[in-house]
Each structure stands twice: as C-alpha cells, then as structure tokens.
Design a protein around this ligand. Structure first.
Ligand code: GTP
Ligand code: SPV
Ligand code: MN
Length: 614
C-alpha cells in the first residue's frame, strides 16, 4: 500500500478501519483504499447532519456557493471546470468478455487490458483527499429484490448529489449486511490527487476521462470527471447500462423513460412511459401541467424506468431514482411550473447556472424578464448585452423528487404501476409527425429502433446533428444493440396480449417553413397524450399512413388553443420526399447492425418501404 504514496504525501488516517460486517464490501473498500491511497476514509450514513457538514466544507472550499436562504433554502450552486460539463460518450466503455457482446454502439476494450489501465489511473488517485463510501439502493429499499450499489468517490459534491438522487446511507448498509446482498461496486475518482501542500481547485477533475463498465462482473469504474452521469454512478452507469444487462438476463426492461399518470375527467387513470433522448423533453413531460379541461397529471419519474412483469402479465414501472437531475435552461414558470415550485422549496444543488445579484439562480428561459446583471456560470459579470449564455446549456438542477407537488403516491410503491402506453420521441425539425400510433408491438419496436434526434448539449460533442438513438438508449445500452432489440421484441410474447402497452412516436420539435415550432409543446402536449389514450379506448379518429396512424386534425382536442391551421397541418404531415430521405437513413442505420439485426426489424423496414411504394 505504501508503495503508492510519495515520500512527503499526507498521512493516511483511517484506511484500515472495517466499518461493515459484509465481508465482500469490507474487502473491496480496503482494496480500493490501498490502491487509491486517500488521506482518510469516511462511511456515508446519509443523515441530514452529515449533509450539512459536507456542504459546509464544500462552501468553505469554494466548490459550492450557498444561495440566499430566503430565495432557495438549504440550496447551493456549483460551477464545474469548463472542460467537464456533460457526459463523455467517447470515453465511455462497455468491457464485456467478448467484443461482440458490446455491439457496435459501444466503445469496447478487452477487460483485462482495461483493468490494467484503470489500475494505473486509480493508483494514488485519491492522495490528499477523503475517500467516501456510499451504500445506495436504486428503487425502493423494501422491494422484493432491491438493487444495491456502493459508490466509492473522492468527491464530496458527488456524495451530496447522490443523497438527492438515490436512497443512501446507514439503512441501506444495514440491509446489505442483513441479507448479505450483492451490490454493484462503483468506483469513482476525480483523478486529481493532491500532493502535500498543494492547493486544491474548486472543481478538481482530470483531462483524461474513463467511464467504464464490466457488464458480466456488474461493476463500474469512473475516472477524471465530476459531472452528472459521469460521476453520479447510480444514475446512467448503474440504472441504465448495468441494469439493462441485468434486465436482459432477468427478463425485464431498464429504460431511459419518464413515468406519468393521467386521469381523465371520467376519473379513469392511465400510466404512460416515454423515452426521449437527453435534453429532449422527458423532465418537462414528466411534470406536465395539462392545459386541457378536467385532465390531471401526476408524475412518477423523469429519466429512468425499470419495467418488470406483474403476475397477470402486465408491464409495471418503477422509478429507481430519488431526485430530479433536470436541464435548467428552458425550465420556467410558464413552461414547467411544477419543476419551479419543487426547486423553490430548496434542498437543491444547481450546477453551471448563473447567479443573480441577490443570491439566487437564473438561466435562460427561467423568467420572461431577463435580469439586468448576473454572474455567469464561468464567474464573469454578465449583462443581456454580453452576447453569450449566462447558464451553460447543460446546466442542471438537482432536487429531491418528493418536493414535486404532483408526485403520485404510487411513486413509493415497490410494485410500481401498470404501463398502458409507451412513447418514443426525438428532436426533429422535419419528417416526423407530432404523433403516430404504431400498427402493433413489433412495429412499435421498429419505431423505437429507428428513433432519431438532433444531438444536444447533454453530451460532449457537436450539437444539432441528426443521429439514430434507439429507444433513446444509444449511450446507455450495456450490451449488443441487436440483442437489445431482440429483447424488446420478445417482451410481447411474455405479456398478457390485452394488456400490452400501445406504442406511439412523437415529435414536439417539428418546424414550420418559417422556422418556428409547428406545435406549442410543454403543457399542450397533454392534448397528444389525450389522443393516444382515446386511441387505446378506440374513440379517436386517425388516418392510416404508411408510417402508422396519424391524428386527423379534428381528432385532436384543440379547445382553447390558438393554433393556426397551417401549423397544425405542418405538424401532422407525412411528406413522401422527406420519407424518401428518412428511409435511406434507416437503411444506413440498420446496415450497421450487421448479423445482429433481428429479422423482425428487417421485415418491418421492408413492409414500410412496400407501403410507401404502394
Ligand atoms: P435529460 O435530463 O438530459 O435526459 O433531458 P430531458 O429529456 O429530461 O429533457 P428536458 O425535459 O429537460 O428538456 C430539455 C429541453 O427541451 C429544455 O430546454 C426544454 O425547455 C425543451 N423542451 C422540453 N419540452 C419541450 C416541448 O414540448 N417543446 C419545445 N419546443 N421544447 C421543449
Ligand atoms: C442525460 O444526459 O440523459 C441526463 C443527464 O439525464 S446525466 O445524468 O448527466 O446523464
Ligand atoms: Mn436523461
């Protein structure tokens, strides 16, 4: 162990202390402490006192800025290194034993080669820092088969954020111990060891980043980044990449989906799930404030959905997360009042937003009126004339989900809720109508498999480029994408056919010829959900087009909406010349699957082409 330490490195205080009766956990923690050589080890108990202590330390260190408690009680703002602002997909790896099992959508490296690289990077990587051990559970702790993880991190910001996003601490550890449970080991380091006397920076990170998953071993290693899905390892790394592999093996689905309950004026309730790529509207739809008379919306989740079969062959959804990690820009009192109310209750951590002069936060789209002066996310003085954004486009609010007033009580139920409809959606300026109902399950899986969207600031790289994003899971499928589609196809055979969710494709982002959005979006999206529910009930009209069933203009409830007829026509149009291009794009996309493309999907594509040429 001492071999990893420099002669003058700070003394290790308490590395050897064993704080658990779980032999596997104790061994892993000791092994990591030996490798990473932290100054001390701290077991996180999840208490509010501990949270206060950690956030006080982070304020002292300059990582967090305490917000004005009269505006945002118990809330903080963090500002990251400008080179560490989003998920890094190019540095994300699925290291399955066989390359084939990672598929063409993932970066892959031989597991033992990768282990060698990681060992080098993590060696001494926590020098001068505290190593935190965070026992956590994704989903209810009282679930029949709770999914445990333990994140080891050298970032107190990660600990504070994990406390909002997951159930963490002493109760979780007690249950792991009492049941001698399996846990996903998730090791995180910002990759910025401190030598003796070296002054820390407010957002330590490394230029070299590694976000690595070993699916067979069900383990996670993350090095070099402190941001979001790169560092809060319960979220994308566990609840999607590793969980999708567990779900394949156990016969369920781990998906990048919101979960929403809708109740009609007749008091009939439905649950819908929707998969949209990052920064394409999940949090907004999850917190829907319906504009149509008599309809009520309650949320269960805004990003991740674990769907398992109930005893009657119905698909039941659980949100494994405890918080919202929402895109700040565009979240405002007019677009998303439910989010704003939740945020205003406090207990939140904001990252890369702008600060107002009275100690509050601001971002583009929060209020119609733009403040005359701000401190932007990079710490510079900002005025509306500055000609740059005050908040980073991927700035986030991190808020406990139980602060959402419209949270459904069923959120807390380990059994989850029965899903009646699944929506796939993307951000497309052209081609994809406002809403299309699939012909059947297999056609719906085809819609999901060919889902496409213009890229956003949620991941590092170019923004606005159309890319295929199957089920909005492109960066999150933990195994071969063709096998993933086969798994989706196979779900139908295991379900009660009458209770199989209906599948729809939506696009809130289509543009008119003059460049504006063809559909007003946000609260008005409830009208589209209402149409979908009426389709399930068999009461709404539709036109059968080659791509599926599209609403007739009269079948959408547009009461009280001032929408120009030409815009609606644009929003619903199926334009053959656009689809000619689209089919070429799908051909290219499917070619990339090679042998792995399920026959059912090739058949769906052929049938679509036939319908267009008929
Ligand atoms: P991740 O957290 O990255 O997975 O994103 P998300 O899918 O939850 O996206 P979110 O709801 O945060 O929305 C991202 C951006 O899209 C925000 O700037 C929203 O304001 C904008 N947006 C959401 N819904 C709509 C809509 O219906 N119409 C339009 N025009 N914009 C929308
Ligand atoms: C996403 O990018 O889909 C997010 C944000 O929800 S992060 O947690 O950073 O992955
Ligand atoms: Mn997301």
């Amino acid at each position: 162990m001492k071999g990893y330490m420099m002669g003058h490195a700070p003394v290790q205080e308490s590395v050897e202390q064993v704080m658990t009766t779980h032999a596997g956990l104790a061994a892993w923690v000791n092994e990591v402490a030996e490798l990473t050589a932290p100054q001390s080890v701290r077991w996180v108990n999840g208490s509010s006192g501990e949270y206060t202590e950690l956030t006080d330390e982070l304020v002292e260190a300059g990582t967090l800025t305490r917000l004005n408690p009269e505006l945002f009680p118990n809330s903080f703002a963090a500002f990251s290194d400008p080179k560490d602002v989003a998920r890094v997909e190019a540095r994300t790896f699925i290291c399955s034993e066989k390359k084939r099992d990672a598929g063409f959508t993932n970066n892959w490296m031989d597991p033992s080669e990768m282990k060698g690289i990681l060992k080098d990077r993590f060696a001494g990587s926590m020098r001068g820092r505290t190593m935190y051990v965070i026992p956590f559970v994704m989903g209810p702790l009282d679930a029949e088969d709770p999914k445990f993880g333990v994140e080891i991190t050298d970032s107190a910001y990660v600990v504070a954020s994990m406390r909002i996003m997951a159930t963490i601490g002493a109760d979780v550890l007690a249950k792991i111990e009492a049941t001698n449970a399996f846990f996903v080991p998730a090791l995180h380091s910002v990759g910025a060891p401190l030598e003796h006397g070296q002054e820390d920076v407010t957002w330590p990170c490394s230029d070299e980043k590694w976000i690595v998953h070993f699916p067979e071993e069900r383990s996670i290693f993350s090095y070099g980044s402190g941001y979001g899905g790169n560092a809060l390892l319960g979220k994308k790394c566990f609840a999607l990449r590793i969980a999708s592999v567990i779900a394949r093996d156990e016969g369920w689905l781990a998906e990048h989906m919101l979960i929403l309950k809708l109740t009609s004026p007749e008091n009939k309730s439905y649950h819908v799930a929707a998969a949209f790529p990052s920064a394409c509207g999940k949090t907004n739809l999850a917190l829907l404030n319906p504009t149509i008379e008599g309809w009520k919306a309650e949320t269960l989740g805004d990003d991740i959905n674990w769907m398992r079969f109930g005893k009657a062959g119905e698909l039941r959804a659980v949100n494994p997360e405890a918080g919202l990690f929402g895109v700040a820009p565009g979240t405002g009192w007019t677009t998303n009042p439910n989010a704003m109310v939740a945020i205003a209750k406090g207990n939140s951590i904001f990252t890369n937003v702008a600060l107002t002069d009275d100690g509050g936060v601001w971002w583009e789209g929060m209020t119609d009126e733009v403040p005359a002066h701000l401190t932007d996310w990079e710490g510079n003085s900002w005025t509306p004339e500055s000609g740059r954004k005050a908040a980073h486009p991927n700035s986030r609010f991190c808020t406990p989900i139980d602060q959402v007033d419209m949270l459904s009580p069923d959120y807390f139920s380990p059994e989850g809720v029965e899903i009646n409809a699944i929506f796939f959606g993307g951000r497309r300026k052209t081609t994809i109508p406002l809403v299309t109902q699939s012909r059947d399950w297999s056609h719906g899986v085809f819609m999901g498999s060919t889902l496409s969207s213009e890229t956003t600031a949620a991941a590092a790289g170019a923004v606005g480029v159309v890319r295929r994003d199957p089920m909005a899971m492109l960066p999150f499928i933990g195994y071969d994408a063709g096998d993933y589609l086969k798994h989706w196809i196979g779900i139908a055979a295991r379900a009660d056919q009458a209770r199989l969710p209906k599948i729809f494709l939506v696009n809130w982002f289509r543009r008119t010829s003059s460049g504006g959005f063809a559909w007003p979006g946000f609260g008005e999206n409830g009208r589209v959900l209402k149409w979908a529910i009426e389709r399930i009930e068999g009461t709404a009209d539709a036109v059968e087009t080659p791509i599926g069933f599209v609403p007739t203009p009269e079948s959408l409830d547009l009461s009280g909406l001032n929408l120009n007829a030409a815009d609606l026509k644009d929003a619903l149009a199926v334009v053959p010349s656009e689809w000619e291009e689209e089919l070429k794009g799908i051909d290219e996309w499917y070619a990339r699957f090679g042998e792995s493309l399920p026959m059912e999907m090739a058949d769906q594509l052929a049938a679509l082409k036939t319908r267009f040429s008929a």
